[in-house]
Design a protein around this ligand. Structure first.
Ligand code: NDP
Length: 496
């Protein structure tokens, strides 16, 4: 085990560090397969305990009655704590996921920024005095939901965890986190920071454990009043069905097959860099990966030649090397899935332009590396253009005109993101408005601001996270009418 990854045999449940009573979870380092740590996961009994403590804590006036600026102080302290621990968090997350240190540090700082933003938003949020239609005041106020749950995937744990925990706590709730079994360690670092920030015990628990047991229990338990989920579309659909049974609000951030579009008038250097960053950074393990590339036919050959050459110059390497651009995939099982997508694409008639194999050499022998891959010659309705690969695999297609492009881009079950490269702003605006997707980037890709809402359409999800309204999504709206006449109601007056 790496000396920098603490032996970890306890989970943070109900404000205490306790041994989980569920099945053991192992974390391995994707760069060489070595064991980082094993830890006992959470059991159903652990979830019960976390819920019981969370209910007490969420309804305790010491938390529930805090004024917004008072509650915000806890979030500011958590933000500071994450920033102080960023090096350690980043190291643990890179060991856990194989992501580069550069990326995991950025994710840790983004998580810190999320807590800070939600604290500032909370302090400045206003309830509404709505126009009344009589001699009374009408107010619309927001209140906490109670005990809530966050279920997250393995690809960007600390950032996706923060996007749920920060608004959930800001809203005045308790939040129970179930991270992915493939990245169980980093949430414990976050728990340490939250404990040090003095958050009242019970308001936050972290419950790594099997999705089908711990995740399902969180979704179906009557005490849980909201689930915010990020993960695969099929899991999301299953959660939505179960949530419907108990009429519980859910927010779902799901998969994608996002189009990136290069018009002939684009700056081709800008477009080439953006396309590569969009699909090959994070080794393609990104919901927003720009994995379907449409290039205007008049520049198709020249652009694709340039893109292939530049892709072959990307540096594949160890996550701890500062120069690495493409790090290993998270697990051998996941690499096998990526490989089978590529095999199917080639069997369907795809033409391999680069990649399609593991890099050779002793540096790569024990890690789950895979070369950035570009495949041409397939239609938009091929399996490669329909299925989310979640790896460094790009399909390239030509298009003839704007109508053809918009039709093809929208002809997909997902609707998460889109990238447009062009020098013609009115055209970019037109296309951006016509694409059925949650986010559009123009002459850039994968830029994020916590102040800007994020979410998908169609099979990419339901609801939005981030932005000022991000906190309201964790609250119940209440209308209050306050009579100003101080007189009996005329309907009943005669009977008095
Ligand atoms: P999964 O859907 O397999 O798992 C996500 C989380 O759900 C994990 O914590 C998992 O636990 C848990 N889970 C699994 N089954 C259930 C269940 N029946 N009930 C409740 N929880 C369950 O996704 P991956 O972890 O494989 O993540 C990759 C997916 O996430 C991709 O499709 C990607 O597009 C999507 N994603 C979407 C993002 C977005 O913002 N739109 C961002 C990042 C990723 P366990 O690990 O124990 O199985």
């Amino acid at each position: 085990m790496d000396q920098n990854v603490t032996a970890q045999d306890k989970l943070y449940i109900g404000g205490e560090w306790r041994r989980g009573r569920g099945a053991e979870i192992a974390s391995n380092f994707p760069a060489d397969g070595s064991l980082n740590a094993t830890l006992p996961g959470a059991s159903v009994e652990d979830v019960d305990l976390a819920i019981e403590r969370a209910q007490d804590a969420a309804h305790d006036p010491a938390w529930r009655k805090l004024l917004p600026h008072e509650r915000a102080t806890f979030l500011y302290r958590i933000a500071d704590g994450i920033a102080r621990a960023a090096d350690r968090i980043s190291h643990v997350q890179s060991r856990d996921t194989g992501k580069t240190l550069t990326e995991t540090r950025a994710l840790a700082m983004s998580a810190s920024g999320t807590f800070r933003y939600m604290a500032a938003t909370l302090e400045t949020m206003e309830d509404a005095l709505t126009p009344s239609r009589g001699n009374y005041l009408t107010m619309s106020v927001y209140e906490p939901l109670g005990v809530t749950a966050a279920i997250t995937p393995w690809n960007s744990p600390i950032a996706s965890d923060a996007q749920k925990i920060a608004p959930g706590l800001a809203a005045g709730n308790a939040v129970l986190l179930k991270p992915s079994s493939w990245s169980p360690l980093v949430c414990l670092e976050l728990a340490r920071v939250i404990e040090e920030a003095g958050l009242p015990k019970g308001l936050f628990s972290t419950l790594p454990g099997a999705g089908a047991i711990v995740g399902e229990k969180l979704v179906t338990d009557p005490a849980i009043r909201k689930v915010s989920f990020t993960g695969g579309t099929e899991t999301g659909r299953d959660i939505a069905r179960k949530a419907a049974e108990k009429l519980m609000p859910v927010s779902l951030e799901l998969g994608g097959k996002s189009p990136t579009i290069v018009f002939a008038d684009a700056d081709l250097d800008v477009a080439c860099a953006g396309v590569m960053f969009g699909v090959f950074s994070s080794t393609g393990q990104s919901c927003i990966a720009g994995s379907r590339l449409f290039v205007e036919r008049s520049v198709y050959d020249a652009f694709v030649t340039k893109l292939v050459a530049a892709t072959e110059r990307l540096r594949i390497g160890h996550p701890f090397e500062a120069t690495t651009q493409v790090a290993p995939l998270i697990r051998p099982k996941h690499r096998a899935e990526v490989e089978s997508h590529v095999e199917r694409a080639l069997a369907d008639g795809g033409k391999l332009l680069t990649g399609g194999e593991r890099p050779s050499g002793s540096d790569y022998a024990d890690g789950t590396y895979y070369r950035p891959t570009i495949i041409a010659g397939l239609d938009n309705d091929s399996r490669l253009c329909r299925d989310e690969v979640f790896g460094p695999v790009l399909a390239v297609l030509p298009f003839d005109n704007e109508d053809d492009l918009i039709r093809q881009s929208n002809d997909n079950s997902y609707g998460l993101a889109c990238g447009i490269y062009t020098a013609d702003f009115p055209k970019a605006w037109r296309v951006a408005r016509a694409i059925d997707t949650g986010t559009v980037w123009i002459n850039t890709y994968k830029q994020f601001s916590i102040a800007t809402p994020f979410g998908g359409t169609k099979d990419s999800g339901l609801g939005r996270e981030k932005g000022r309204d991000g906190i309201h999504a964790w609250m119940a709206q209440k209308s209050i009418y306050c009579d100003l006449s101080q007189a009996p109601h005329p309907w009943a007056k005669a009977a008095l």
